[in-house]
Design a protein around this ligand. Structure first.
Ligand SMILES: [Ca+2]
Ligand SMILES: [Ca+2]
Length: 421
């Protein structure tokens, strides 16, 4: 009887004998789902329900609805319809039992058959988008995780593998709802010896400590460690699948945005009517990911959409801010030039507001006593009528002149320039 020894090589556990039939060696009977769910739960505290819709040896068109013109399955197994029904029933079952579903994802380890079909990069992208669009419309799946496939190690399909690899990388770069989960399989694939030994072939997975390419036999042996058998050089061991599941969940929780909010005091909120444009230079949002990590992103980032601002009408405006399918809002005010107390008219209240501010500026005792007399910097933009960069008596003079001209036709006639637009 053979003994099984398990060695760890570059993150892969595998039985050292090539034909022992233990689950660690074969992928039959297990898949990447348990490791995915475990990792997701450990990083987010949220439970996962997985609906299995995987089927081996299917090209991308087979995952389209039966009625789609690009549906490609000659055997008419209708994978999409089966997947839709299972998913819908799983959702119903969960909700009937009082659980709330927070997020819906698809995890797709697919493309090896398209490598075999030598599908072009653009055609793969087109079909993949069609599949995810259907998932979004029919099942409200908001994000799609791609696991990059490979093919039989030791063969010559590297150009076809590169097509699918490039298609998937571009899909992730071009679509905010698609992310790369794991490149484990892609990065461990090697071609046949004659290609491997060409100078133009680069593979950073199989190098020595100096960064030199390993001899082919050594690289092939390492590559074969994550494949099932010597006669099955395409399917991964269950240990490799667990690693792929783990990596995919780690990528998901790092990359999927859970919420966004405006970082207060970074966004300018006071604007002069018919004059000021939305100022996003310093505005920032806080983006929080599923794993709890967070970062600040400037509102001027081209992946952020901001709607709801127009400066031709007085009053409050609600900015709707969208990033990575998450929404938040923020209120700004459109004011008359000089209406520093936000009363919608140029009036004695504005004079008082500026005078109080001037009074506390050089008087620490008064400043301590009347904290509410202080004005944030952005009010200078509203009250600096003489445009000298400060709030001062020149500004109150302009306000007083405006009030006088509004009250007296004679003053208005004599000094039409006293009216503030
Ligand atoms: Ca006012
Ligand atoms: Ca001024």
């Amino acid at each position: 009887m053979e003994k099984n020894f398990h060695t760890q090589v570059r993150g892969v556990l595998r039985a050292t004998t090539s034909n022992d039939r233990v689950s660690l060696s074969q992928s039959y009977g297990t898949n990447l789902i348990p490791a995915f769910c475990k990792t997701y739960y450990e990083n987010t505290g949220h439970k996962v329900i997985a609906v299995m819709a995987a089927k081996g040896g299917e090209s991308i068109g087979n995952y389209l609805p039966f009625s789609d013109e690009d549906y490609a399955d000659n055997e008419k197994r209708r994978i999409y319809e089966a997947m839709k029904e299972k998913y819908t029933k799983a959702i119903k079952c969960i909700e009937d039992n009082g659980f709330t579903i927070k997020n819906r994802y698809s995890v797709c380890f697919q493309g090896e058959n398209d490598v075999g079909d030598r599908r072009s990069k653009d055609e793969y992208k087109r079909l993949f988008k069609k599949v995810t669009d259907n998932l979004k419309n029919d099942l409200e799946i908001t994000n799609n995780v791609i696991i990059e496939p490979s093919h039989n190690i030791g063969n010559d399909l590297n150009i076809a593998i590169e097509n699918i690899h490039n298609a998937q990388e571009e899909l992730a770069n071009e679509n905010e709802d698609i992310i790369i989960g794991s490149k484990y399989s892609y990065e461990r694939w090697i071609p046949k010896k004659s290609i491997y030994e060409q100078n133009s072939y680069v593979n950073t997975t199989y190098t020595d400590e100096q960064g030199n390419k390993l001899p082919y036999d050594e690289a092939l042996e390492l590559a074969s460690l994550c494949r099932c058998y010597t006669d099955n050089r395409i399917h991964h061991t269950s240990a490799a699948l667990c690693q792929i599941g783990k990596e995919s969940a780690e990528s998901l929780v790092k990359n999927i945005v859970e919420k966004i909010k405006v970082i207060s005091d970074t966004v300018k909120t006071k604007y002069v009517i018919n004059r000021d444009n939305l100022n996003m230079e310093e505005g920032k949002i806080q983006v929080t990911y599923l794993d709890g990590s967070a970062k600040a992103i400037g509102l001027a980032d081209d992946k952020i959409e901001v709607n709801g601002f127009y400066n031709n009408e007085l009053g409050k405006k609600v900015l709707n801010i969208k990033y990575a399918q998450n929404l938040t809002s923020y209120e700004v005010s459109i004011l008359r030039f000089g209406d520093i107390d936000e009363s919608n008219s140029i009036d004695p209240g504005d004079v008082l507001t500026i005078q109080r501010y001037i009074a506390i500026r050089n008087n620490e005792i008064l400043k301590e006593k009347h904290k509410d007399w202080n004005l944030k910097d952005e009010y200078k933009n509203i009250g600096d009528l003489n445009e000298n960069g400060d709030l001062d008596s020149g500004d109150t003079l302009k306000i007083l002149r405006h009030i006088a001209a509004e009250k007296s036709e004679k003053i208005m006639t004599d000094h039409p320039d006293w009216l503030i637009d």
